[in-house]
Design a protein around this ligand. Sequence first.
Ligand code: ME8
Length: 514
Amino acid sequence: MKPYYITTPIYYVNAAPHIGHAYTTLAADILNRFRVMRGEKTRLLTGTDEHGSKIEEVARARGVTPKAHADEISGEFRQLWKDLEVRFDDFIRTTEPRHEETVQAVFKALHEKGDIYKGSYRGFYCVSCETYWTLGELGDKRVCQNPDCGKPLREVEEESYFFKLSRFQGPLLEHYKAHPEFLQPQARAPEILRWVEGGLKDISVSRTKVAWGVQVPFDPQHTVYVWFDALLNYVSALGYKPGQPPTKEFSEYWPADVHLVGKEIFRFHAVIWPAMLMTLGLPLPRTVFAHGWWTVEGEKMSKSKGNFIDPRDIIKDYRLDAFRYVLFREMPFGADGNFSRKAFHERYNADLANNLGNLVARTCEMVDKFLAGQLPAKPPAEPPAKTREAIAASQGIYDAMEKLAFYDALTRIWQIISGLNLYIDQEKPWKTISTDPERVKLVLFDVVWSLRLVAGWLTPFMPETSAKMQAQLGVRQFPAPLTAEEVLAGGPSGARIQKAPPLFPRKPPLPGGK
Ligand code: ME8
């Protein structure tokens, strides 16, 4: 089976990373860990997008060279992914020779083929989005038409190379029709279909006024348009060069299984990128998945508001696993959501401290107190009721994960957790222990076995918590506790249930009652 290849966008190095970047990269990490847990071979690519007028201008304003600026911010991204325990296999920077060489070779190959030609461009440009706008698209408006942008545009008139995007209208529409899994989530597909059905114009893919970019190899006055440059990272990272025999990595991993992107860059990935791949004669990625956008306390994150959330601030207060959990429990992956400190705090206390944390703590305490920490020497032949329910829930959870429905998976997992807390409340082992110790054994073992499954499901989302739970619950860490036998038997370390400090200590109310 072909290994599973996941990519994140490569992020601009204009400013430090924030919660929005963390969201996409964590989604990639969760998906990747899920696939690894299921025994698959995978590859996760992330990186930084370092060319273009935006970076050039930011560096100039700071009084440093674009390269020095890019080195610094790219390093911050890389460090953040380490802090968030993202297991990436490769980190590509568009200023690396391995990438620049691919961009130049592709530009040259398409020029020779006639899909890139010289012309002149007159129109408007949004530096913030690195996007061109024609008069036809703007009407009498002079601000960026990207939703969430609206910044004033810069008028540009210059000689430029064009990519014959217009040629791909038919093939793209055919591809969308034949591969409904290509545009995901489906709710966002109509936006792309409308755009392509409306007719595609050739796009400008070089600039003469932006020095900080990849030089057009046969015309050094020009640098390659930053998006044409950036999109190629997904194949340059695998060593792809047109006209050369494919590298081992390229043959093994391409096409990508999923490009994860934010909704604002869906068009680049769903229209321009597949057209580029088509002219190169390369297979298209299986899915481009565009997720929604976070606002912060109801407002768009922006430099002028200074309301960027640094993931490290949250982790300092709540620990990493809580951050990894709450981001994917707040809204379905695909929809927009709002980050608020108050909602985060409440969810931490409700779902993690009171629900999961409390369930694990009281279960282990009761097994320790009432049963001397011992599970039965011999596992039962058949799982008891709650464990059976949990085993039955696995399929739904795995199906949700396959579809990137992280919120749905977590909702199902928490239904099991709440059900187990309710079961303990109803059974009241602390009362029945004096009258019916056999019943207490059955109830507590049932909860322990169910929790072993929960710990397995949580591995991709909360790796540290999952490992701690497995240690407490007397199971060797096995990656995918799928079979009933494994759940019931635990690991060879066997039956000792460990008491331990709470997984998620309850937090006092935020100051000011918030
Ligand atoms: O667009 N909510 O880079 P970028 C959710 N370099 N996700 C968010 C977000 C928010 N508020 N803000 C950012 C670029 N993101 C190009 C990409 S790819 C070949 C080139 C995430 O630094 C989301 O994934 O502006 C979005 O698409 C990406 O960061 C944009 O990062």
